[in-house]
Design a protein around this ligand. Structure first.
Ligand SMILES: CC(C)(COP(=O)(O)OP(=O)(O)OC[C@H]1O[C@@H](n2cnc3c(N)ncnc32)[C@H](O)[C@@H]1OP(=O)(O)O)[C@@H](O)C(=O)NCCC(=O)NCCS
Length: 148
């Protein structure tokens, strides 16, 4: 399996919106992604491609010395094969290159597999954000000491 990680482009969005609907209870729209990649100067988004098809994607906002992970998803068919980890590694390299010294995220309290991935990369829980999602609390996680 050969995975490439590339900057997200408009041509990837049809597939990304399909994956959104597959993996998230409240999927982002195509327009949200268009705004993120075209108009948000703080954002950087990446896709994972296998055999010319987008199988996953992830993004961060980097503002001053803090990065915020906004999304990380892999389509069901390609989960548990290391793609999420590769995307996370790209985000961490990117965040550091853009000057971040720490990175945070929110994750559903019930989302064990994502929490395990984040813990694998050194994120620690720092508290709950009640009602962050319409139907659930979020766990807030931080990875400090991102070194250049
Ligand atoms: C979370 C998600 C991105 C993981 O992607 P993935 O490609 O399956 O992850 P990887 O194969 O790279 O796994 C990396 C690590 O994550 C953890 N992990 C991933 N899936 C897991 C599962 N089903 N059970 C337990 N741990 C899991 C493990 O620590 C794993 O490391 P290991 O293989 O050494 O045990 C994927 O499950 C997904 O897209 N979920 C739906 C969207 C989502 O919830 N995104 C997070 C929003 S905050």
């Amino acid at each position: 399996m050969h995975v490439t990680i590339e900057p997200m482009q408009i041509c990837h969005l049809e597939r990304i919106v399909d994956i959104e609907k597959e993996v998230y209870p409240s999927p982002w729209s195509k327009n949200t992604f268009i705004n993120e990649i075209m108009d948000n100067g703080f954002a950087s988004y990446w896709v994972a491609i296998i055999e010319k098809q987008v199988v996953g994607y992830a993004g961060i906002w980097t503002i001053m010395d803090e990065a915020h992970l906004t999304t990380l998803a892999v389509c069901h068919r390609w989960q548990r094969r290391g793609v999420g980890g590769l995307l996370m590694e790209r985000l961490l390299v990117d965040a550091k290159a853009l000057g971040a010294t720490r990175i945070t995220l929110e994750v559903r309290v019930s989302n064990d597999k994502a929490q395990k991935l984040y813990m694998k990369y050194g994120f620690l829980s720092s508290g709950l954000r009640p009602n962050y999602y319409s139907d659930e609390d979020a766990l807030v996680m931080w990875l400090d000491n991102l070194l250049p």
